[in-house]
Ligand binder design. Structure first.
Ligand code: DAK
Length: 259
């Protein structure tokens, strides 16, 4: 079977690459299937603390769902694709590792939606973002209407989605769509540096914080604060809490082990 998503293990990091460069890494069902299988595998790896997701080639992260596939699809096939899209996005968003999108070029449609599901986005200067679905007679179907509005606000999300226009990396940074913009040749190194820094922290605590922040996007402040209290209580039950605080007081580096 053709490898349309690749996995490179560099503990504590995993580099996952969408790999159909000839079609600008367009996302067909097989890409989603392989991405899901890889993310599930990685989630079980205790020594991997951060996942970097990028696209092969020098033009695209992913230029969207595969139009050559979708043109033949009916409503039921779209529904099936929907399950795959949401499963991949849900894994990126909720898996215990931190997920970083290394956006090396076009991140359009479904490609943009995958970046939105990641915890952090770092873009190369050449990266371009758009949700151009309405130019094809459809709407974003991989979570774009929900996650983009939560990330940059409903007004800006509506303009991007209603026009389908592309924005460049600087504009994406200005509106909070990406965390950092870096020269293309530095992109993976910037992601690795950030991934390793996060990996050096107490990994289970990072995961608890990820869970709490994700809750803030879904529930009201009162219930979110309650969830934070519960997760903080859980953090106090860990080895890493004891180790982190004792190490600080003894002026030595901590040796974290929970994950
Ligand atoms: N699908 C299939 N092939 C694609 C593609 C795509 N999305 N994007 C590019 N390609 C292919 C081109 O057809 C071309 O193939 P060959 O002709 O060489 O065989 C090759 O990649 C190179 O592309 P170009 O020649 O067009 O390259 P340019 O540099 O001139 O232009 C571009 C780059 C990114 C501006 C252009 O390729 C482009 O506009 N691409 C399409 C962008 C787009 O509209 N993407 C789809 C958005 S809609 C769903 C969930 C999610 C979705 C749908 C349903 N469900 C849950 C049901 C998501 C929808 C979308 O993503």
């Amino acid at each position: 079977m053709e490898e349309v998503v690749t996995l490179q293990l560099e503990a504590p990091l995993a580099l996952v690459t969408l790999n159909r460069p000839k079609s600008l890494n367009a996302l067909n069902s097989e890409v989603y299937r392989q991405l899901i299988a890889i993310l599930r595998r990685v989630e079980g790896m205790d020594d991997i603390k951060a996942v970097i997701l990028t696209g092969a080639g020098d033009k695209a992260f992913a230029a969207g769902a595969d139009i050559a596939q979708m043109v033949h699809e009916d409503s039921m096939a779209a529904r099936r694709l929907s399950g795959l899209c949401h499963e991949a996005a849900g894994l990126l968003e909720n898996m215990r590792q931190v997920t970083i999108a290394a956006v090396n070029g076009y991140a359009l449609g479904g490609g943009c939606e995958l970046t939105l599901a990641c915890d952090i986005r770092i873009a190369a200067e050449q990266a371009r973002f758009a949700l151009p679905e309405v130019t094809l007679g459809i709407i974003p179907g991989g979570g774009g209407t929900q996650r983009l509005a939560r990330l940059i606000g409903a007004g800006r999300a509506k303009e991007m989605i209603f026009t389908g226009d592309q924005i460049d990396a600087q504009e994406a940074w200005r509106i909070g769509l990406v965390n950092h913009v870096v020269p293309k040749e530095d992109l993976l190194e910037a992601c690795r540096t950030l991934g390793k820094k996060i990996a050096s922290r107490a990994s289970y605590a990072v995961y608890l914080a990820k869970t709490a922040i994700n809750s803030s996007q879904e529930i009201d402040l009162k219930n979110g604060a309650q969830r934070e209290m519960d997760l903080m209580g859980l953090a106090f039950a860990t080895h890493d809490k004891q180790e982190g605080m004792e190490a600080f007081l003894a002026r030595r580096p901590p040796e974290f082990q929970d994950f």
